[in-house]
Design a binder for this molecule. Structure first.
Ligand code: B3K
Ligand code: ZN
Length: 893
């Protein structure tokens, strides 16, 4: 396997101006005629044309209509004797491929009798020979030909210009459709779909007056689950015009759902292809979380139309140029759709929670890489939380530094400069800075860009000092960042730290830095650029309580010696909802860590009355939203707790957290009853933030009541919960009730699971939840692994379907630490078997699973050695995919 390096980038030796593709679609043998107009790139020394290919059967190559000599270099097609000079020439390549044998789900494949494509990052080479790199942008004309009865719907990018029955002998029952994409694009945005599908349609009129046709294509029978996706799409179109002035640039915009998909969705120009999980929803089958995810993924793919498609990446190292920016955009979209500041804050907290529980560990582990990586073996391994979520934070910091309006100006300039181009992360940051010449970003740009080049999560240490005599408060911030693979030394980052000070009544102080004549606001943005800097506020009458890193203004670890009293004060009063939530998390974390570190058996009551009272006050608070309460009352995840420890004993962490949950359940019993009664009824189901929050809190309460019942032997609450499984009128409430029984391990769980399965046996996405719940259930004496093995043998289990594989195997290996990390190492053996098995047919899914043991070096014995052995066992297989090989090699390094 070769290492690809960013510094080795050179422009392509040839440009492809136009591509004409003709497909004769057949699951066993699809014929592809690819007619291109190419010309030599005058800026590059003359050289052979090297076209990427993978798993293709080559039948014919013609240059300007004449046969021509070629050779193969591995799977690369090499043409040495092409016309000299810079005149365009025509190259015609005829290949075949076998879509029904394509289990990788990259390139052209068949899912439930329908043809789909997935080309990003390097799948187009599995369809035809091509310069498969994002900086080669061409105009596409695509003709699809297929059996009309089996494939009545034929779709590709752009506009439909012609369709009809195919004439002539041999074409009986066959038809065709011809599509022209008016926009140039890199080949990774190519797509086709052919099958028996139906569409929900909606016409919308843009500000310019132009009409557009929006379509959501699904299988017959799924139409009743398309309304929310369509609404999300309409909102996306409106939002991108309103917030960024970016209109839809096509007559028609299509979304197509498939149940076999490696990831969430794909932004192919005008023809987005989606995992059904992010399209199909109605109140009976989808939870509030599903509805929210659909909204943000539909938004995300739509927003790519400008950030990714109109302006694309020069090379794959620049992936975050489109992904970080588009995640930022979808986060802002979901926030802007919130009616209240509180709902916005809840969304922000959820996003930060993902960053901290998934990206921070990545940044501290063997796969750590900068937002703009320097090298890769397999690019598909770099569609990571670092490139996506940390990348989004890096864009967010730019917005923070130049302000919301300044950021809009920067985006305008970015499109003015780069529309139609393939560019770099530098080009993006430069545009934002150039549009805001007086900003801190412009002043600090080279240093700011270290966020793109340096891996690792910076640590900010904060300490405050109050001087009563001078009525001054000094906050000292310092920064550091641990070494990551290949980067021993780190230079200081530009870290925007939003700070507030609370008085003894919990009110925000007006803040005045020394040297200023008047106070300016209650939240100040301190921009830390040095290793250490002190900021002094004056006119501070009494010792304040600092609220540091409000809104999580930078993706850093914050170290601060905060007393319980200060944290309780923040939890009770902070006007910044993020830090208010964070104070509760810190109080809980502190108690968890103390119990984990304590000598001897884990303490039976890690939570003190001060903490429990504070939690009760939040739960009963008359003014706080239910959604926010649910976040505060949820303890930090086991994986998040693990990250705070140098040596990780997953069993101990689990035991302590479970004890804390039990204590919270018992001590607040009456309050949980109250919370349940107050929030359980919400009228007709609507997936909007207020009732979503109420359902979440009711669900948490029910879970707690079932836990409490387990301790007390009470049967009333499990009984009520079972009743809820039976008669809930929406999936959120039903699934929360089912989870409460399963998680508390109540005897009724068995029956409830069976009943649930019977009800939803024909709903694939609901069955995924059913599988995932069982594979993710709390371990009781090692019972989960045997249950997981049984689930794999269940008639509804299909290993080759990524969603189903993830629902069982990932839920167990990646999301159930105490069940997975077993003293007998059986979890690891199971993991290595599945990685090896899946790698034989779908390397991308296998490679994701391979990362379940990323953090093995932190594990306590006997886990550590056993984990290492399991990884070595995977690595020992000689014919691993590049995908898995890269992950296990880095893990063992
Ligand atoms: N751009 C695609 C991801 C493609 C993943 C390729 N392994 C989806 C997205 O980020 O919108
Ligand atoms: Zn994306």
């Amino acid at each position: 396997a070769t290492v690809i390096r960013r510094e080795d980038y050179t422009p392509p030796a040839y440009w492809v101006d136009t591509v004409e593709l003709i497909f004769d679609l057949d699951p066993a043998k699809t014929r592809v005629l690819n007619r291109m107009r190419l010309r030599r790139n005058p800026d590059v020394p003359a050289q052979a044309l090297r076209l990427d290919g993978d798993d293709l059967n080559l039948a014919r190559v013609l240059v300007n209509g004449q046969g021509c000599s070629f050779k193969m270099d591995g799977s690369t097609l090499v043409l040495e004797s092409l016309p000299e000079g810079h005149e365009p020439f025509e190259l015609e390549i005829f290949t075949t491929c076998a879509p029904e044998k394509n289990t990788q789900l990259m390139g052209l494949y068949v899912s439930q009798g329908t043809f789909f494509t997935q080309c990003e990052a390097e799948g187009f080479r599995r369809i035809t020979y091509f310069l498969d790199r994002p900086d080669v942008m061409a105009s596409y004309t695509v003709t699809l030909r297929a059996d009309k009865a089996r494939y009545p719907v034929l779709l590709s990018n752009g506009n439909l210009v012609e369709s009809g029955d195919l004439p002539g002998p041999g074409n009986e029952g066959r038809h065709f459709a011809k599509w022209v994409d008016p926009h140039k694009k890199p080949c990774y945005l190519f797509a086709l779909v052919a099958g028996n599908l139906v569409a929900r349609e909606q016409r919308v009129r843009a500000r310019s007056g132009q009409e557009h046709l929006l379509q959501v294509y699904v299988r017959q029978g799924d139409m009743d689950k398309t309304e929310h996706a369509m609404n999300s799409l309409i909102h996306s179109v409106i939002w991108d015009e309103a917030r960024f002035g970016l209109p839809l640039d096509l007559e028609r915009f299509m979304i197509v759902a498939t149940s076999d998909f490696n990831m969430g969705a794909m932004e192919n120009k005008g023809l987005n292809i989606f995992n059904t999980k992010y399209v199909l929803a109605n109140s009976a089958t989808a939870t509030d979380t599903d509805f929210a995810n659909i909204e943000s993924v539909v938004g995300h793919e739509y927003f790519h139309n400008w950030t990714g498609n109109r302006v694309t990446c020069r090379d794959w190292f620049q992936l975050s140029l489109k992904e970080g920016l588009t995640v930022f955009r979808d986060q802002e979209f979901s926030m802007d759709l919130c009616a209240t500041p509180s709902a916005r804050a809840v969304k922000r907290i959820e996003d930060v929670r993902v960053l901290r529980t998934a990206q921070f560990p990545e940044d501290a582990g063997p796969m750590a890489h900068p937002v703009r990586p320097d090298s890769y073996v397999e690019i598909n391994n770099f569609y990571t939380v670092t490139v996506y979520e940390k990348g989004a934070e890096v864009v967010r910091m730019q917005q923070t530094l130049v302000g919301r309006e300044g950021f809009r100006r920067g985006m305008d300039l970015y499109f003015q400069r780069h529309d139609g181009q393939a560019v770099t992360c530098d080009d993006f940051a430069q545009a934002i800075a150039d549009a805001n010449p007086d900003s801190d970003l412009a002043r600090l740009l080279p240093q700011f860009k270290r966020w793109y080049s340096q891996a690792g999560t910076p640590r900010v240490h904060a300490s405050g000092h109050y001087d009563a005599a001078t009525q001054r408060y000094t906050l000292t911030l310092s920064q550091s960042c641990e070494a990551t693979p290949g980067q021993a030394e780190k230079q200081p980052f530009v870290i925007p730290v939003a700070v507030g000070l609370l008085d003894a009544q919990g009110q925000d102080l007006a803040l005045q830095l020394v040297g200023e004549t008047v106070p300016a606001g209650t939240t100040r943005l301190l921009v830390l650029t040095e290793p250490q800097h002190s900021y002094t506020f004056e006119g501070v009458a009494t010792e304040p309580v600092p609220s540091v890193l409000r809104g999580f203004s930078a993706p850093v670890l914050l170290d601060m010696a905060q007393s319980d009293a200060h944290l309780l004060h923040l939890l009770a009063h902070d006007s910044d909802p993020f830090n208010r939530w964070e104070a509760g998390q810190r109080l809980a974390l502190r108690r968890a860590l103390a119990a984990i570190r304590a000598e001897g058996p884990a303490p039976t009551a890690p939570l003190d009355n001060a903490f429990l009272d504070a939690m009760r006050s939040v739960l009963r608070h008359p003014a706080l939203d239910a959604a926010f309460k649910e976040l505060v009352l949820t303890l930090p995840a086991e994986s998040y707790i693990a990250e705070q420890l140098d040596v990780v004993d997953p069993q101990r962490i689990h035991a302590v957290r479970e004890t804390m949950r039990q204590q919270l359940a018992n001590a607040l019993f009456d309050d949980w009853v109250w919370a349940w009664e107050q929030h359980k009824d919400n009228g007709a189901y609507r997936p909007e933030p207020v009732s979503t929050g109420r359902r979440a809190l009711a669900g948490l309460a029910l879970g707690m009541l079932c836990l409490a019942a387990r301790d007390s032997g009470d049967t009333v609450w499990p009984g009520k919960t079972y009743q809820r499984v039976k008669d809930a009128d929406n999936m959120t409430d039903r699934f929360n009730a089912l989870s409460a029984l399963v998680v508390s391990g109540h005897a009724l769980a068995r029956d409830a699971l069976a009943r649930f399965h019977t009800l939803f046996k024909n709903e694939a996405l609901v069955l995924d939840k059913w599988f995932a719940l069982q594979a993710g259930a709390p371990d009781r004496g090692g019972n989960v692994l045997p249950a997981v093995r049984q689930l794999l043998a269940h008639p509804d289990f299909h290993l080759k379907n990524p969603n189903r594989a993830r629902s069982v195997i990932f839920s167990y290996c990646n999301a159930n630490p105490a069940a997975f990390h077993r003293e007998d190492a059986a979890g690891y053996v199971f993991w290595s078997d599945r990685v090896l098995e899946i790698d034989t047919f779908n390397p991308q899914v296998a490679s994701r699973l391979a990362r379940a043991l990323d953090r093995w070096k932190k594990l306590a014995e006997p886990y550590r050695s056993a984990a290492r052995e399991a990884i070595a066992r995977v690595a020992a297989k000689p014919d691993l995919s590049n995908d898995v090989r890269e992950v296990v090699t880095r893990s063992l390094a």
